[in-house]
Design a protein around this ligand. Sequence first.
Ligand SMILES: Cc1cc2nc3c(=O)[nH]c(=O)nc-3n(C[C@H](O)[C@H](O)[C@H](O)COP(=O)(O)OP(=O)(O)OC[C@H]3O[C@@H](n4cnc5c(N)ncnc54)[C@H](O)[C@@H]3O)c2cc1C
Length: 647
Amino acid sequence: MGKDKDVDGGEARDLGMGMPIQRRDFLQGTAIALMVTGCKGELTAEQATALAAQDQPGYYPPALTGMRGSHPGSFEDAHAVRDGENLTASPTDTGEAYDLVVVGGGISGLSAAHFYCAALGNNVRILVLDNHDDFGGHAKRNEFTLNGRMHLLNGGTMSIESPVPYSAVADGLMKTLGIHPEELAKACDEPNFFEEAGLGSAIFFDKATFGTDKLVKRPGASEDAVSNRQATAAFLAQTPLSKPVQEAILSFETGSVDYMAGKSSDQKKDALSRISYKDYLTNVAKLNPGVVPYYQRRTDGLWGCGIDAVSALDCWGSGLPGFEGLKLAPGSTPRMGYTPRGYAATGGSYYFHFPDGNASIARSLVRDLVPTAMPGSGVGSIVASRADYSKLDRPNQPVRIRLSSIVIRVANKGPAGRDGVQVLYRRGGKTFAVRARHCVLASWNMMIPYLCPELPADQKEALHYLVKTPLVYTSVALRNWQAFKKLGISGAHCPGGYHSEFRLNQPQHFGRYSSHGSPDEPILVHMTRTPAQPGLPEREQHKAGRMELLTTPFETFERNIRAQLAAALGEGGFDPVRDITAITVNRWPHGYAPENNSLIDPDEGLPLKKARARFGAITIANSDSGGGAYTDVAIDQAHRAVSELLT
Ligand SMILES: Cc1cc2nc3c(=O)[nH]c(=O)nc-3n(C[C@H](O)[C@H](O)[C@H](O)COP(=O)(O)OP(=O)(O)OC[C@H]3O[C@@H](n4cnc5c(N)ncnc54)[C@H](O)[C@@H]3O)c2cc1C
């Protein structure tokens, strides 16, 4: 085993980069192309379909490791179209005609297919096209077999939560699928497993940001103010932060100063909506600027960027510290984004997640649309059921789901689409054409101006405004979790880390699925990375982060993952060479739907209505069109898009 170069350029040490973990991302990206181009002569559409990877025995993308999410092979044609390449010439006509073509096989697209069938009956014919090798969009399943037992994690969309209660439509669809989150939460979740095992959370201070690598366990929350202050002081004393910074954090977090004295709650909220949390810390609370690196990435998980680009009001809404003394009235304001505390007055939604996150919602939708593709019945069997991908796209079935098929053009036929639509998609390096009466674009909205160049200019401008948030959910398989046990932690926030957070996978029983194990047994670790570029406005940070994600090879992720876990868990005996057995990097250059940010968006909010306006026989869904990165938004928008087609 050779020595690896450390990420921060420090002392070289052995990270295990040469270890034989699975890395099939390159093969995955080229598999389909090889199968198609390996044949002599032109392919008929029939042949192309027959050769499709998803029809091959053993095709099972949830178990693939390496670079997943927007995996190689899934987006290149879209970028070529964006860059002006003409891929639409001489398409092969598949001869297929549908009532509805849905672009995008995420929760919104699958819901649109469901609502269309529900409205028109099961005799309609629907084709769902998705550019990925798996269905579900962000609701992606990562499946590992560790010591003969199935272990699951979400590769994206995790929980059935929302700051706002699910609408009757979204709630109704869940119930139709047999998903009753409150009952499931009672029956399946074991939220205290790690707590009962004596494990808490920690902060990992890295050498590059804080001068030394140090993991410090966080104190548990206490109701009593005095013990809380003592515990926080004891925690801070162990950190590598300077004394003045420790004191600033202590008084900010445990004090009750009104930094905006003299203003009403409404006036304070309005002022907070116009400044970042970073400004609140340094200019309003006038804290030592040395506190900024400590708080910088507290907003990463929800916003995909740091505290310099998120309003102080939304940080109050998300529960960040330092607002106690302001005595703000609960409830949202029009200048506020989706934050849990902002919606406290309206109730919020239940919290529950399947072991594979909302992939089990996507899988339930697939079972509803193509029952033969998802064996079993009832929600109890959905998690452990093995999808049969070869059944997704069979001729003569009402709904077909065609993967690895990226749509590059959707055109109305006849005035206002009276003669339906033509949809062109690319698969295996070739362009195919299908016809339909209707089309729902449940795909990423900023691509729509390229799919439909005839759209009115102001609609295209509105669509371009909707910039998605890039982020990465990484799943790492470990041989055991002894190091976590020894350190007494189940995860850590890493303010300067390549990934800003890592945590052990929550053990769950669900039907035949059980990921339980002792510290000697394998486990999965979830890690979150947001490639934000502090200092720029939020959307500019996202564009820069997207470029970074698309140009970062898997090896760079792997090296950073190994180095970060080694540095954070080393004192517990963690050895990346011995302990890491597999890595899946779910890269989402186009992740969360754009949400209103009062620091940069106009008072009237995002131009959603203009962006999602019906265009002939084409309507627009996806969570993007609702301006909220939540599953209920994806479902509600699907329902609206289908309703628009049918009225
Ligand atoms: C990492 C991550 C974590 C999340 N966690 C949560 C959570 O815990 N709870 C929650 O409620 N929400 C969460 N979300 C938000 C999530 O986006 C929504 O909940 C929901 O899954 C979005 O569904 P969708 O169908 O609207 O979009 P998507 O899931 O993005 O599906 C759209 C699909 O269309 C495809 N597509 C795009 N363009 C084309 C084209 N030209 N041709 C063919 N196909 C195309 C895309 O590749 C994708 O597969 C998370 C998102 C991310 C990225």
